[in-house]
Write a protein that binds this ligand. Structure first.
Ligand code: BGC
Length: 763
């Protein structure tokens, strides 16, 4: 038997009223709309960018382009920006032509807000938005690292802290969480999101939305979330940013949509449409993803903003003839707010007059935007109080502690010694040589997409380790960018590091700007001459009988196959934020045991990309024999699977069992700590629908739980899987629960989880 359910979760009303608003607030919105002119309505749909003016031979957009294509460096660009006069569009705000801006200085926010509230005809406040991707002032681990903590409570707490910090600076809207399922390590934006898996990404989405939005004890404690980039952006062909995407509808429904659906269910107030075209239609003007799925099936009542300047790009995609056409197609498709192009501002009034855009479409968009402003309390509290502005002049201890906790929980131990002899944790009395430019630098612990961090809050790797290892010596050595004329000095440092240390900790990897937007790579090994110099270090260390620990710092899964074969231990440190140094030092010194897992498969070589654990089986699954799905010149298995991570003790799994209940299956397993210290284990439940009307993945994560049995003892972990969650969507978006054979796997990661039972299920 097959049970069928539509994707439609909520019944649509003709006029959408935001659920959380009181009847009086909804009335207020309606009354306000009834008093607005068409121009004022369109003004609300316009997010103006602060532009720079005067004294330049080139326009601001061209300057951005020059920075993007490398004609001017980031430093040069920043210098021009900080010296330039800015146009904050006060006149347009006064005329009611601006609904939102991207500004983060509280005094600028207040000044502009005053123009909107006190000098425009209707006094509608602006909503200020910003990219707060992994923390505001307190920068936390990049999302792909934090997701690996498998800790929804942590996800929510870091989000809540970021909300409070940003709101004191006038920012009431975060362009986060980023929820793109990403399976291609070449894509630089894998750093910004929760990884490859729909279940983990959905848990991350819901927790982030709750953390950002739910504390209404004061308007200073919450912001509106913006789920992005909707949708399928992470599936860009060949891992090249902004590239085209082709995703079968069932994969959209089952995988790419899942975190957005979870975030929408958690109440996310806004969504950002993505840059890519999906199956031939740019997501900026895609009525299937926006009107049908998001606003229709999911019943999303918030508003949708474009990505930066994306409405103009609808023309470049080849989907609209000119700006007016692009504006009409976008707004009709359900794109409510224009980020940065002013195309709505200049074209929608004429489109309404000639009937190509209906007034109801404009009203619906305005209603959504005003409802979010009301929900944020902006009409009653439009300004940032002086006291709030300075609340975090000195970052409180609890903020620093949370940043450190998140960093500790997100690092992943990939390798610890060979032949069963662990190298980590290091003895605190050991003579440690710390090597590498990344170890003594603040910017590269931060990661792409953090703008409001301050140097004084940061602990570098070097500073953190010097605290814990009194005999540590630092050697600059080499890093991602080591010029030819620095090589001699680097080699001398290698010699000195080997001569001094009992153990050499080499902090190597990628600089922060090598991941994030517009940062795709065709090679995913450690950049520059790092692998070669690490090879030289290894030879010398081997000759001297010294151990080498790699502290990897990167914004994407790297191909660490060579390193795995040669170095003694690997701690995947990602970019863990302002307290990375103290966190890493605690882990290396054993004050904390690693507990992070990989939220993304680590390929064995770039040619495997895209690679992910929940793939279909194919008719000829990879094996040693020739006519199977494999490579002639590389393994088909990844280097490290999704969910993988070691710690300083060992856990043994036994007695897995599955019990059927009326509406669920309880999957239990005994976890024994066979080592000599305590640590946290993340037990993972996977399922396979063995035969179905559409081929299903070989394994799908369906739940996880943490356990921490004391050394020598055992705990039973039970993860419950609701029967209603065992189905899948077909290509029409119908959810199917099909009777048949299912396999349940439970264990430490997507590869090693062992078969607990195979059961014939009837729904
Ligand atoms: C990025 C978005 C970001 C926006 C605003 C775009 O280039 O794709 O993720 O939110 O800029 O800064």
């Amino acid at each position: 038997m097959t049970c069928r359910f539509p994707l439609t979760f909520t019944i649509q009303k003709r006029i959408r009223k935001m659920k959380e608003l009181t009847a009086k607030q909804n009335e207020f919105v309606e009354e306000l709309i009834s008093r607005m002119t068409l121009e004022e309505k369109i003004g609300q749909l316009n997010q103006a960018s602060v532009s720079i003016v005067g004294g330049f031979d080139v326009s601001f957009p061209e300057l951005i382009e020059m920075n993007a294509d490398g004609r001017i460096s980031n430093e040069e660009f920043q210098r021009i920006l900080s010296n330039a006069d800015r146009d904050y569009h006060e006149e347009e705000i006064r005329k009611g032509m601006v609904g939102s801006m991207m500004v983060s200085d509280p005094e600028d926010c207040n000044r502009l807000q005053k123009v909107a509230v006190e000098e425009s005809r209707l006094g509608i406040p602006l909503i200020f938005g910003l990219d707060v991707i992994h923390g505001f002032r307190s920068v936390y681990p990049i999302a792909i690292a934090e997701a690996g903590a498998f800790d929804t409570d942590l996800f929510a707490r870091t989000a809540a802290m970021a909300a409070r910090e940003s709101r004191t600076q006038g920012v009431a809207w975060h362009f986060a969480p980023m929820l793109d399922i990403a399976r291609d390590a070449r894509w630089g934006r894998v750093s910004e999101g929760p990884g490859e898996d729909r279940y983990l990404a959905s848990a991350f989405a819901a927790a982030k939305v709750h953390g950002l939005q739910d504390d209404h004890s004061s308007t200073e404690n919450y912001v509106a979330a913006c789920m992005k980039h909707y949708m399928g952006y992470g599936a860009c062909e060949s891992g090249r940013d902004y590239n085209t995407t082709s995703i079968a509808p069932h994969l959209v429904y089952n995988h790419y949509l899942a975190p957005f659906a979870a975030g929408a269910k958690a109440g996310a107030k806004t969504v950002m449409a993505s840059f890519n075209d999906l199956n031939g239609v740019p997501c900026t003007a895609n009525s299937w993803t926006l009107r049908k799925i998001l606003k229709g099936d999911l019943g999303f009542e918030g508003f949708v903003v474009s990505d930066a300047n994306a409405i103009r790009e609808v023309i470049v995609h080849g989907y609209a003839e000119d700006e007016k056409d692009a504006g009409i197609k976008s707004v009709n498709a359900g794109l409510d707010m224009d980020m940065g192009t002013e195309i709505y501002l200049h074209n929608l009034a004429a489109a309404v007059e000639e009937g190509t855009v209906k007034m109801e479409v404009i009203d619906d968009a305005v209603r959504r935007i005003l409802s979010v402003k009301v929900w944020l309390g902006l009409f009653d509290h439009p300004y940032t109080e002086e006291a709030a502005m300075h609340r975090y002049d000195v970052l409180p201890a609890e903020h620093l502690a949370l940043a450190e906790e998140a960093a500790v929980k997100s690092a992943v131990l990939l390798k610890n010694g060979t032949d069963g002899t662990p190298v980590l944790p290091l003895s605190k009395d050991a003579k440690v040589s710390l090597l590498g430019t990344l170890a003594d630098d603040r910017e590269n612990i931060i990661g792409a997409w953090a703008m409001n961090w301050r140097e004084e809050d940061c602990v570098t790797i070097r500073a953190g380790m010097e605290e814990i290892f009194p005999s540590l010596q630092y050697f600059k050595g080499f890093g991602p960018v080591t010029a030819a004329d620095e090589l001699d000095a680097a080699r001398k440092d290698i010699d000195d590091a080997v001569a001094y240390g009992d153990v050499i900790v080499a902090a190597l990897g990628e600089p922060g700007e090598m991941s994030g937007e517009a940062s795709s790579r065709a090679s995913i090994i450690m950049p520059g001459s790092q692998r070669q110099l690490l090879g030289e270090l290894m030879e010398k260390a081997r000759a001297a009988g010294k151990k080498v620990v790699l502290l990897a710092m990167n914004g994407r899964p790297l191909d660490l196959s060579w390193e795995t074969e040669h170095v003694d231990a690997i701690l995947e440190g990602w970019q863990l934020g302002i307290r990375m140094g103290s966190a890493v030092a605690k882990l290396l010194g054993g004050d904390a045991a690693p507990e992070g897992r990989l939220a993304s498969t680590f390929p064995a070589c770039v040619g495997q990309c895209p690679i992910y654990y929940s793939h279909p089986n194919t008719g000829r699954p990879g094996s040693r024999s020739k006519f199977t799905s494999r490579y002639l010149d590389a393994p088909y298995e990844p280097l490290y699977p999704f969910g993988y991570g070691l710690t300083y003790t060992q856990f043994e799994y036994s007695d897995a069992s599955v019990t059927e209940k009326a509406d669920s299956f309880d999957v239990s397993v005994k976890v024994m700590n066979t080592g000599s210290r305590s640590a946290v284990e993340t037990v993972q439940l996977y399922m396979q629908d063995v035969s179905a009307s559409l081929v299903r993945p070989v394994r799908e994560l369906k739940g996880f739980a943490k356990t921490s049995p004391a050394p020598g003892s055992c705990e039973t972990v039970t993860i419950s899987l609701a029967k209603k969650d065992m189905g899948f969507y077909d290509n029409e978006g119908t959810y199917l629960l099909e009777d048949g054979k299912f396999r349940f796997y439970i264990g430490a990661n997507s590869r090693d989880a062992a078969l607990a039972a195979e059961i014939n299920v009837k729904f």
